[in-house]
Design a protein around this ligand. Structure first.
Ligand SMILES: Cc1cc2nc3c(=O)[nH]c(=O)nc-3n(C[C@H](O)[C@H](O)[C@H](O)COP(=O)(O)OP(=O)(O)OC[C@H]3O[C@@H](n4cnc5c(N)ncnc54)[C@H](O)[C@@H]3O)c2cc1C
Length: 414
């Protein structure tokens, strides 16, 4: 039995001072658990400053299982249901953090990520949470009744009753943001699924890029479908598509990248509907109105002008030909291309530019309390797990949900 437990208090090591780790530290210390956070950078929460373009989209008013991609939907459903809106609001009030909603996305009321960082740090300080920064944990060793924490050759001198791994994924801009947490958890007997960048742009084939150069910077509301190499539908998203000189970007594209394993030998295509809801009947009516117009002027008011030569180029239609003079085949090609404009995906953005990584520890290797199914007393939370939320506050919410469920298991926090 270690010294902390004999004096009646449970000791917890939290590996990783990111959002999930600090949520767990605040929640556990509220239950009189003695918490030590290990962080490899010089201070905790560095990534939070970058989230939501510096505003930190901390959560979302409408969270559902369908906002996530994971291997274990039942466990995820139980995790999300337990940390419901009421519980999350209660946690934000404990932090003294005011929030505002922007189309259901929740941000600190100050509009600054710094407020989230400060609120968590002040609460940790008030609660007596200890920090060991500038220390990269290289191993967590499970002994009979305690955990030992190793940082290189050094073994930290406190024995811990419980341990939460909250080391995040492999995405991000810090050079030291490698997948150290995965090394630790692998040594403890967990599986690590291959890691891929997600919530990032896609780069299209060289052929597509030739035409895309003329669309660089254009934004359009569109419906997108992700197709596999057989043409089967994998996922659908709608929203503001951003064209770049090399590919596609914007939130619907980011969300589709959660399904991609680019570099694993799989090929992907994205089908873009540039005029969602514009039916064949609507097209016929417009043809009756403007039969003498060329495609360039025919689409005025419907489609941004830069798209017209792009679409006509794809169907081999002369842009100066009158619409009324197009053959039936040309008309149907035009309509099909508008609604099903295919882009071949070469790759996604890299891990450094991605907001999250997919893969990692399968969610099925923890239970709804984030308890490792391999090591007693060990919990795994946040982006280390194979759970990929869409853009909109869902990933920070998942990290906090894990913290909540783990601490609830430790000491009936709720
Ligand atoms: C640019 C950007 C913008 C984003 N915007 C949003 C957003 O607006 N909303 C949203 O929901 N999500 C956003 N995300 C994703 C979100 O930040 C992450 O999903 C979330 O931070 C994961 O929380 P975590 O606690 O699991 O890991 P992290 O927050 O990544 O924290 C892990 C911590 O562990 C430390 N660590 C790792 N290994 C070790 C080790 N071996 N020893 C000691 N310390 C270690 C790391 O240094 C880090 O501080 C964004 C991500 C990026 C990169």
């Amino acid at each position: 039995m270690n010294e902390n437990r004999s004096s009646g208090s449970v000791s917890l090591a939290v590996i990783g001072g990111g959002y999930g780790g600090l949520c767990a530290a605040v929640m556990a210390s509220a239950c009189k658990i003695k918490v030590t956070v290990f962080e490899r950078q010089d201070k905790p929460l560095k990534k939070i400053a970058l989230t939501g373009n510096g505003r930190c989209n901390i959560s979302n008013e409408n969270i559902s299982i369908n906002d996530y991609v994971t291997d274990d939907r039942d466990t995820l459903d139980a995790i999300l249901s337990s940390f419901n809106r009421e519980e999350e609001n209660r946690f934000f009030s404990i932090l003294g953090l005011g929030l505002r909603s922007d189309e259901s996305r929740l941000y600190p009321v100050t509009g600054k990520a710094l407020s989230v960082m400060d609120a968590l740090k002040y609460k940790c300080n008030e609660s007596g949470v200890s920090f060991v920064c500038d220390h990269t944990v290289t191993a967590v060793l499970k002994r009979d009744d305690h955990f030992e924490i190793r940082c290189g050759n050094e073994t930290y001198d406190t024995r811990f009753d419980l341990c939460i791994l909250a080391c995040g994924g492999a995405a991000g801009v810090y050079k030291e943001n490698s997948s150290n947490g995965f090394d630790i958890v692998k040594k403890l007997g967990h599986t690590i699924k291959p890691v891929y960048p997600a919530l990032t742009k896609v780069i299209c084939s060289a052929d597509d890029q030739k035409a895309l150069k003329k669309l660089d910077g254009i934004r359009v509301r569109a419906d997108l479908k992700l197709l596999d190499d057989k043409g089967d539908l994998m996922a659908e998203e709608s929203g503001e598509l951003q064209m770049t000189a090399t590919g596609l970007s914007g939130i619907p594209v980011f969300d589709l990248t959660r399904y991609m394993k680019v570099g694993s030998g799989k090929a992907y295509r994205i089908s873009v509907d540039l005029l969602p809801g514009f039916t064949g009947e609507m097209f016929d009516e417009r043809m009756k109105l403007f039969p003498l117009r060329t495609p360039e002027t025919f689409f005025t008011g419907l489609l941004l002008p830069a798209f017209v030569p792009f679409i006509c180029g794809r169907c081999n239609i002369n842009i100066h030909k009158r619409m009324g003079d197009l053959s039936d085949n040309e008309v149907s090609d035009l309509i099909n291309t508008l609604h099903d404009c295919i882009f071949d995906i070469e790759k996604t953005g890299d891990l450094a530019s991605a907001q999250i990584s997919t893969g990692g520890v399968p969610l099925s290797e923890v239970d709804l309390h984030m308890r490792s199914k391999k090591v007693n007393g060990l919990y795994i939370i946040g982006e280390m797990l194979d759970v990929a939320g869409r853009c909109g506050g869902f990933n920070l919410h998942f990290a906090a949900s894990g913290a909540f469920n783990a601490v609830k298991d430790m000491n009936s926090y709720a």
